[in-house]
Design a protein around this ligand. Structure first.
Ligand code: XMP
Length: 522
């Protein structure tokens, strides 16, 4: 696995991932304290862990029992490296098991809220009240503590916290990283600042300076290209690289025929005039729409758009290489969750949809990658964007899929159906913005269904298209809850669409969460 580039902060907290659903959350909570954290698979070698320059190590929770035949294991030498260790849930079981204690299946499984009582003073729990509410999620428990450990906290039926302050190892049975654990952040802060004594120097300014400097050194006199969508990630990545190498970065923005209303112009303005990027805009809409004619199957539509994008991008890259002498680097807005996902202990999840970003570019292009955001979470990317003084409307833009409106036009994509959806979508976006909801919602958009129904307008019978409204709340797009938009907003959206968009005479509201639905309809 490639090591995340160390951002040059004084130190990092290494989180070893035993497969918990909360591992990323631990990383985020630590970064919220301006301390750099990196997630490594629990199987990472001692050498890899050392390379990350850890000031402390956190062992995550995990779904396994320590006695399972395939229970994930870390190199036990991490417990004797002399770095402070904090075990969480499975991490506690791992520590107890490897240092000579005993773990067993709990007679009473604890999931959800539990009341914790602190039974002896410990630096990890300093400043916390004697009783507090914590979040448990486990089937196993420590039965006998390992030699040298003492009990520091308990719930009514389990060991909740242990410590061996001489060896600088602490562990808790509950999850301090989840919001349900009141004061969990205080516990993590104690680990970071009292125990590991790290400096809170993981700040946007620091990151920008270090990254710009590093890109400058990496790229030398080379040339780079970047596929821009106008979204947050690729825009922030491009601005960082632009700061480092200026016009030796050429950004490419492609009109694939399924962008939103006026988006081709608006994104060009944003990128050129407001961000000062060196931009090539390619109108390939006709060529994309020609390829999509007559195609109904969602996956085929996605593949066509992906392949066509690669063809257009490749041709542009060659053209730019002829002008500049060479193109050596490709800038991508890969984020940390993608990096963790591809290296975690969990197996790859089943492909539901073939998502495509520029990650699918042909290897024959032989470009080396610059991924300035590969250590960051989405909210950190926004913070960096703010530090770079990028306009807020770019930073707050809702995610928009690579295959664009094509996955929101069910059935065949035709120029007329694109026009209809662009108009309807524009009304949704504007009304959501006018209601002050745009930034509070993960995504809100219109979907054009392959369904026509009868209606009546001005004494005339109509027989026209149906449009669905979708609005969801989500943390990361992996799961999502449908948003109960206020009736007044729904009412305005519905009446404006039916009155203003010729071709739509009925509006319905999608009240499906993910799972079982997905966010996009195709
Ligand atoms: P689904 O529909 O899978 O979407 O629930 C989850 C998130 O991913 C976005 N999405 C895409 N993003 N290329 C992208 O860059 C794609 O092909 C793609 N398909 C879906 C979707 O908008 C949502 O935020």
């Amino acid at each position: 696995m490639e090591m995340p580039i160390h951002p040059g902060t004084s130190s990092a907290i290494v989180i070893l991932d035993f497969g918990s659903q909360y591992t990323q959350l631990i990383a985020r909570r630590i970064r919220e304290q301006n301390v750099f954290s990196v997630v490594l698979p629990c199987t990472a070698s001692l050498e890899t862990i050392q390379q990350a320059n850890p000031a402390g190590i956190i062992l995550s929770g995990g779904p396994s029992s320590i006695y399972d035949a395939d229970a994930p294991a870390a190199d036990p030498r991490i417990l004797t490296m002399g770095k402070p260790v904090l075990g969480i849930c499975y991490g506690l079981h791992f520590i107890t098991h490897h240092l000579g204690g005993r773990v067993r299946s709990a007679s009473l499984r604890e999931y959800g809220h539990a009341d914790l009582e602190i039974v002896s003073p410990a630096v990890l729990l300093e400043g916390l009240p004697n009783q507090l509410q914590v979040w448990m999620s486990h089937g196993d428990e420590a039965l006998e503590l390992a030699p040298g450990f003492s009990l520091i906290a308990k719930t009514s039926n389990a060991v909740a916290g242990i410590a061996d302050e001489a060896r600088r190892i602490w562990a808790v049975q509950f999850h301090p990283e989840v919001h349900h654990t009141k004061l969990g952040t205080e516990l993590l802060r104690n680990f970071l600042f009292r125990i590991c004594q790290v400096a809170p120097d993981w700040t946007p300014q620091h990151f920008v300076q270090e990254t710009v400097q590093r890109i400058r050194e990496q790229v030398g006199d080379g040339h780079a290209i970047c596929a821009l969508s106008g979204g947050v990630d690729s825009s922030v990545a491009a601005v960082l690289v632009d700061r480092a190498i200026g016009d030796r970065l050429t950004c490419i923005f492609v009109d694939n025929g399924v962008l939103r209303k006026n988006e081709f112009q608006k994104v060009q303005e944003n990128l050129r005039l407001r961000l000062g990027l060196n931009l090539v805009a390619v109108d390939a809409s006709k060529q994309f729409l020609a390829k999509l004619a007559g195609v109904n199957d969602p996956e085929t539509k996605r593949k066509i758009i992906g392949n066509e994008f690669i063809a257009v991008f490749d041709a542009e890259a060659h053209r730019i290489a002829q002008q500049t002498g060479s193109v050596d680097w490709l800038v991508q807005g890969t984020l940390y969750p993608d990096v963790i996902e591809s290296s975690s202990v969990k197996g790859p999840s089943q492909t539901i949809k073939s998502h495509h970003n520029v990650g699918g570019l042909p290897e024959t292009m032989k470009l080396r990658l610059i991924e300035p955001l590969r250590d960051l979470f989405k909210d950190e990317v926004r913070r960096i964007g703010r530090d770079l003084q990028m306009p807020e409307d770019i930073l707050q833009r809702q995610p928009f899929p690579g295959p664009g409106l094509a996955v929101r036009i069910l059935g065949e994509v035709t120029p007329e159906r694109v026009r209809i959806l662009q108009e309807a979508d524009d009304i949704v976006v504007n009304e959501i913005k006018a209601a002050g909801l745009y930034q509070k919602i993960w995504q809100s958009f219109a979907v054009l269904l392959p369904v026509r129904s009868v209606g009546v307008m001005g004494d005339q019978r109509t027989y026209a298209n149906t449009c669905a409204i979708r609005a969801v709340h989500s943390e990361d797009g992996m799961t999502a809850d449908w948003t109960p938009l206020p009736y007044e907003v729904l009412k305005r959206i519905s009446s404006r669409i039916v009155n203003e968009v010729s071709g739509i005479n009925r509006v319905v509201y999608d009240i499906t969460s993910k799972p079982p639905g997905t966010i996009e309809w195709e």
